[in-house]
Write a protein that binds this ligand. Structure first.
Ligand SMILES: [Zn+2]
Length: 292
């Protein structure tokens, strides 16, 4: 019975449209493509042995599997489908896993777990390497998306009694506050996911190489500086840099494309930083010479 369900879920995923996701899916591809250009030849060759292609194709895999599991419940062997793609920052600016949004923990411990698993990749089965790799590629991207930091300093103001209309969603998280974008009612979080890069590059699509060249411009020194520190330190730095998005817009505001054009420096720098840190992480894991 369970097997039938998983098969049905897998097939549904194959035919599903590209799901809504951080960085709009294309952003994830940009991140993975830039990261791939910064892999050492050793790391690139080792990764290709497992995925038989490019990490670009796997960049949004986690969003696809998340969309298979809308109930966010465990599917045996597919725990990644219920992971949260955000992380929580407490009032002291540090990760606060006690406030994790769902029972499977937020992004940071799961990302650290996958990186830890890959450090022993030679002892893992090929499919376990592939799954952990897909998760690392995606979660390093997501952790840099400005709307993917959940600040506990904000009250969950939209928590309210059960709505009269059963189809109306109960909004409980501050990042999901309602506002108007180009005359249409939207939620703030989703606008950053979908438009922070696409509003800047409206033509972004299959031909994304020109945008890779536009974005991948940091000096070696600047890249090395950005890659210093631990995943947790990267998360805290992201949280400090992205906090401003909650000063730039408030519930009920009326914004349009110019909002994301005005704030493009944040989205662009977060996106390339994700790419450089992803390459740095993968080089550290797969760029090592074999022991024998
Ligand atoms: Zn995601």
């Amino acid at each position: 019975m369970k097997k039938t369900f998983i098969l049905a879920a897998l097939l549904a995923g194959v035919f599903a449209a590209q799901p809504a996701s951080a960085w709009s899916g294309w952003g994830h591809k940009l991140i993975a493509d830039i990261a791939e250009k910064h892999l050492t030849p050793e790391a690139k060759a080792e990764i290709e042995r497992y995925i038989h292609g490019s990490i670009v194709d796997d960049a949004a895999w986690m969003d696809r599997v998340a969309s298979w599991n809308r109930s966010k419940s465990h599917i045996a062997g597919w725990e990644q489908t219920s992971w949260w793609h955000m992380y929580t920052i407490g009032p002291d600016g540090r990760p606060d896993s006690r406030r994790a949004y769902n029972g499977d923990g937020d992004l940071l411990p799961n990302l650290e777990k996958c990186i830890g698993n890959l450090k022993n990749f030679r002892e893992l089965t090929d499919s376990a390497v592939v799954i952990n790799l897909r998760c690392v590629v995606h979660m390093i991207g997501d952790m840099h998306c400005p709307s993917h930091v959940y600040y506990t300093e904000f009250p969950d103001v939209f928590s309210r009694p059960k709505p009269k209309d059963p189809n109306e969603k109960r909004i409980t998280r501050y990042d999901q506050f309602p506002l108007t974008y180009e005359g249409k009612p939207k939620r703030y979080h989703g606008l950053w996911d979908g438009l922070s890069i696409r509003a800047v590059y409206p033509e972004l699509g299959e031909e994304f190489e020109p945008y890779v060249r536009k974005l991948d411009k940091w000096s070696k020194k600047k890249i090395a500086k950005a890659c210093e520190g631990t995943v947790e330190e990267w998360a805290m730095e992201n949280a400090r840099n992205c906090r401003a998005i909650y000063d730039w817009a408030k519930p009920g505001d009326n914004i349009d494309r110019s909002f994301f054009v005005e704030h493009q420096e944040l989205s662009k720098s977060q996106l390339v930083k994700a790419a450089y840190r992803l390459a740095h992480t993968l080089n550290g894991i797969f760029g090592q010479p074999t022991a024998d």
